[in-house]
Design a protein around this ligand. Structure first.
Ligand code: GLU
Length: 302
């Protein structure tokens, strides 16, 4: 495929989004992602949206959202406002989950994280082989959720037992019935690489928890489709998650966007910046007197 097909593939024009979770202050890693989005939107003549990914109500706070929006404006990035706030659209994600459930692809699991670790260790002892871990380092689901009867499941749910709703990966893959891929674009938006998706690396991935009702994976694919996002630009820490997103897009019959996973900003310890890396906090850099142009330049956008 050549880059000439982009326009015909997206008759309504390119749409990009920056989608931070307001569980801390903006740091340079966010700034890089926002600037990568801004640059590709400008190169393609596309629209740039802001989405607030605040489904984790225990960690996300309105004051972090306000501070992020203020910092992004200070940096001079213009988003189409108002932002979409995921916490205001929970019924939409519930519907998507119900559709997957209707296909027989969802089961409830009632084990705690600790119990799942113990189960994985037991499997290792049984087989003499390491039990596989997902790309985030958690053991693949080794519990019995998928084999519970409808009555057993309902009894536990009615008793208020905490649970997660998981995608039955084997059935989901069988339903799709063919290998999935995605297309990475470069900084100019040119199609440059087809990547083989391997959703099975995630096992029976969590789609929702009892207390939240959705997950990052489910809400992100739903929103990208609702917002007609054509180009997903985000850090390479989410590269492996894209396999799950492609699978959910196929199952839910959602359009396939193009992807660009960009480099990460690393902290002094060589690891990805985290929200607690206050030295890289925007507010601190701002208070030290650096202007937006300095920050843009330091990230390679000057
Ligand atoms: N909300 C995610 C984060 O802050 C990004 C989601 C995405 O771009 O797909 O890491």
């Amino acid at each position: 495929m050549s880059s000439g097909t982009l326009a015909t593939r997206h008759p309504k024009g390119p749409v990009l989004r920056f989608a931070p979770s307001p569980n801390g202050l903006l740091h340079l890693g966010h700034a890089l992602s926002a600037l990568e989005n801004e640059a590709l939107a400008a190169a393609l003549g596309g629209r740039l949206l802001l989405r607030i990914e605040d489904i984790d109500t225990t960690r996300c706070r309105p004051e972090f959202e306000a501070a992020m929006i203020e910092d992004l404006a200070w940096l001079g990035i213009a988003f189409q406002m108002p932002p979409r706030r995921q916490s205001e659209h929970l019924p939409v994600y519930r519907d998507a989950l119900a559709r997957l459930d209707g296909m027989g692809l969802v089961f409830a699991s009632f084990e705690s994280r600790g119990e799942l670790k113990t189960l994985a260790a037991a499997r290792e002892a049984e087989t003499g082989h390491p039990w596989p871990k997902d790309p985030d380092g958690a053991p693949l689901y080794a519990g019995a959720g998928a084999s519970l009867s409808g009555t057993e499941r309902q009894t536990l749910i009615d008793a208020g037992k905490p649970h997660a709703l998981r995608l039955d990966m084997t059935r989901a893959l069988a339903r799709v019935g063919r290998p999935l891929t995605w297309t990475e674009v470069d900084a100019a938006g040119t199609l440059n690489r087809t990547v083989e998706a391997r959703p099975e690396a995630w096992g029976d991935v969590v789609l929702a928890r009892k207390d939240v009702g959705t997950s990052y994976h489910l809400s992100v694919v739903t929103d990208d489709a609702i917002q007609n996002v054509t180009h997903i630009v985000r850090g390479e820490d989410l590269f492996r998650s894209t396999a799950v997103h492609r699978l959910l897009q196929e199952l839910l019959e959602l359009p396939e966007p193009l992807y660009r996973h960009h480099r990460l900003v690393l902290g002094p310890d060589g690891r990805k910046l985290s929200k607690s890396d206050q030295a890289q906090g925007f507010r601190i850099l701002r208070d030290r007197g650096g202007g937006p142009a300095d920050i843009r330049r330091s990230l390679g956008f000057g």
